[in-house]
Design a binder for this molecule. Structure first.
Ligand code: MN
Length: 246
């Protein structure tokens, strides 16, 4: 096999057209650099700062990235998309246009005989009770129907305000790595996933790239982000590496 590329948290669309476009172009360049070296591309959530598919309408923008993804897909690269807390509302449009496999929670798969668990990771911080409730509301089919029924002018402005508020409520200490014993994703993996004999557990969401061994067999990767760190992970068929592009 060739390899697999993992990207997360580019938050395209935020905070302005200009800043987002810089990240979008550099992300497209990264995909161009890797397209001959990969069979799989994993988009591990929060690729878009907001994405919602209405019945006949999708958010404006991102044409460079969407064009590149279409090219990769047409060339036989398998694209998986894991929903993040900003982009859990992919329904049929991107799935059919890009032939991608979408999962809002996690996927569990074998690549080259290595066992992977891949998820954005926002669902695994059990101490954040308020977010766990909000997430249930966001995932609820009735609340999705109500949101879809709102005019996009209203709906998208509500989503942007929500996103702004959750950013200003972000705790300062969360900007830094808290140590293996305090990082919720590492704790979750150690407590809940360790017995499943994964070779690799891959998360996004945390915006801090890292690679830690959490068991004899298991390596945990946090991809980081394509926002501040410009980091990504690459599986070469045997091992996985985290790189920073800057
Ligand atoms: Mn996230």
């Amino acid at each position: 096999m060739k390899g697999a590329l993992f990207i997360s948290d580019s938050h395209l669309g935020y905070p302005s057209f200009k800043e987002s476009k810089y990240r979008e172009v550099s992300l497209v360049n990264l995909l161009a650099e890797y397209q001959k070296k990969i069979d799989y591309l994993f988009l591990v959530g929060d690729i878009f700062d907001f994405w919602f598919e209405y019945k006949h309408v999708v958010p404006k923008g991102f044409i460079r990235l969407l064009g590149k993804l279409a090219e990769l897909s047409d060339n036989g690269i398998k694209i998986y998309y894991l929903g993040g807390n900003h982009d859990m509302w992919l329904f049929d449009y991107l799935k059919s246009e890009l032939n991608l496999i979408f999962n809002e929670d996690y996927i569990d798969l074998l690549i080259n005989e290595k066992k992977f668990f891949i998820s954005h990771g926002d669902a695994f911080n059990e101490s954040d009770k308020l977010y766990m409730i909000t997430r249930k509301i966001f995932k609820n089919p009735i609340s999705r129907k109500i949101f879809a029924f709102l005019h996009p002018y209203i709906g998208i402005n509500i989503a942007k305000t929500w996103s702004y508020l959750s950013r200003i409520n972000e705790k300062h200490e969360n900007l830094y790595f808290q140590g293996e014993d305090k990082e919720p994703l590492i704790q979750y993996a150690k407590n809940k996933l360790i017995n499943n004999n994964y070779d690799f557990i891959i998360f996004g969401h945390r915006h801090i790239p890292c690679k830690v061994k959490i068991g004899e067999k298991t390596t945990l990767i946090i991809i980081g982000d394509w926002f501040k760190h410009f980091s990504y992970a690459f599986f070469d068929g045997t091992d996985i590496f985290v790189y920073t592009k800057k």
